[in-house]
Design a binder for this molecule. Sequence first.
Ligand SMILES: *Cc1c(COP(=O)(O)O)cnc(C)c1O
Length: 232
Amino acid sequence: MQEIRDNITNISHNIRDICIRTGKDPDSITIIAVTKTIDPDRINYAVECGIQNIGENKVQEIMAKYENIEGNVKWHLIGHLQTNKVKYIIDKVELIHSVDSISLAEEISRRAEKAGLVRNVLVQVNVAQEDTKFGIDYEETESFVKQLSQLSGIRVKGLMTIAPYYEDTELVRPVFRRLKEKYDSLAEADIINVEMKYLSMGMTNDYKVAIEEGSNMVRVGTGIFGARNYNI
Ligand SMILES: *Cc1c(COP(=O)(O)O)cnc(C)c1O
């Protein structure tokens, strides 16, 4: 458990250092602890260590852990979301990072309205055009965001991407830079009901580069909890 505390401290220090060096406010960066495969005891410990945002990529795991996490945490759905599962998490998650189809956005909007809510979402963009990744095409981002702006049960609050994995993180820098450009241009476009508030990019391997390139929301799993064991 102590490692979890040390890891969180290290990451916070790294983020602070980058922010000081690049003239950003360290408090403007949200760390999302990615808790997939992690048991509630360890998650609760991370929360005791100061984690306030947790990210899961499966609806099932949110459902299984939801009641067991203590403290005032915000849940983020960061993985691919199937339309038929929206109803289970609509009242549980603060932010859905993975909106990449109109039908999904419509279902989130419909379920949110039914629950008397307006749900914040991010649009997932497949910047590097990898076949293996979800997300809309980069070039479609603006028209997609405009379509989402018509849905009254959701608010678009920014963009998210999962970058390709490179050992040498310098190789991923252009991916982050491109998404930041899109984020800035959408902010400038000033679309009604749309706010560019969160740019969710960067994971354990590349969060430093992501922050340098303008991310304000990093999703860190392994870097906090250690290697995941998918067999438990
Ligand atoms: C698992 C996951 C992460 C965290 O990955 P690490 O490399 O363990 O930090 C971040 N984002 C998404 C969407 C994930 O599924």
